[in-house]
Design a protein around this ligand. Structure first.
Ligand code: FE2
Ligand code: FE2
Length: 286
């Protein structure tokens, strides 16, 4: 039986040109390294504007190398590669070119590795319904990985659902759409899968369905207090998981130096302010 600790950070949204959230990243980085975890996973939205500003991907990749854990693994968010082409309401969608930039500048967008008694899998949920060759390659990796005889944990940016797999999600960008959701949850149910950890919503939440704990990790960058049917608690911080054999526990960290930036204004109007903020030169005294 191997004991180890794993830190999940999410939604760091760092950028060299628009360092809106860099203070919180630095605080989270210091706090995470102080815990001396064995593994660090960052569940996407590493950068602020990766799809249109590849320099943000370079900057994010360099920052993620500052974690001192033995193993640091990253999965892409919509702010790194864009949404699935099936997310019709999304303004930034993945293209083969955007994905290639992520692969070259950050690393693999889906992966698996074994640690202790566990198998961990990282996903790129924006390949779902993309029609890219990599969509079937990722699925084949997951099918093969599910044959593992021990416990399995999955890391991905977008949660598979909010409260129940059968819910009808009117927003195609908050959670995985019903088609790939059914496909992947079917594979998970047939294997010894214990948890799915995701980011994207910037809320701290746990839902247990069919013995699988769906863990929503808070972002380090910001929260959004706008009332939402998605539930959970708007939060700024990160999670620490302690594994003992096949068991795990979760602690939420909220370092005192972090700023609980609330982006509710960004989604008040008809268009999301993010797209205007990244076009505007950063407002800085320097
Ligand atoms: Fe995010
Ligand atoms: Fe996101």
């Amino acid at each position: 039986m191997t004991d180890f600790r794993l830190v999940i950070l999410s939604d760091t949204h760092v950028s060299a040109t628009h360092p809106l959230f860099f203070h919180n990243f630095e605080v989270a980085l210091e706090a995470a390294n102080a815990l001396a975890p064995d593994v660090v996973i960052v569940t996407g939205d590493l950068s602020l504007n990766g799809p249109d500003a590849p320099g943000d991907l370079d900057f994010a990749a360099a920052q993620m190398r500052r974690f001192s854990a033995k193993v640091t693994k990253l999965v892409p968010g919509n702010h790194d590669v864009g949404y699935s082409p099936a997310a019709l309401s999304a303004e930034q969608r993945i293209t083969p070119e955007r994905r290639q930039k992520y692969l070259e500048r950050v690393g693999p967008d889906f992966w698996k590795f074994d640690y202790g008694d566990w198998r961990f899998i990282g996903l790129n949920p924006f390949l779902f319904e993309s029609g890219f060759e990599a969509e079937s390659e990722q699925l084949a990796m997951v099918v093969e990985a599910m044959s593992y005889s021990g416990p399995i944990g999955v890391f991905t940016h977008v949660p598979f659902f909010s409260d129940h797999p059968n819910e009808d999600d009117p927003d195609t960008t908050a959670t995985v759409r019903p088609g790939p959701r059914a496909d992947y949850l079917g594979l998970f149910d047939a294997a010894d899968l214990r948890f799915v950890a995701s980011g994207h919503i910037h809320r701290n939440k746990r839902v247990i369905v069919d013995g699988i704990t769906h863990i929503w990790a808070p972002g380090t960058a910001f929260m959004q207090s706008t009332p939402s049917p998605l539930g959970g608690v708007p939060w700024v911080g990160f999670l620490e998981m302690t594994f003992s054999g096949e068991r795990f526990s979760i602690v939420t960290h909220e370092p005192e130096d972090m700023i609980n930036m609330d982006l509710r204004n960004w989604s008040r109007g008809s268009e999301h302010r993010y797209f205007r903020i990244v076009e505007h030169p950063h407002r800085s005294p320097v």
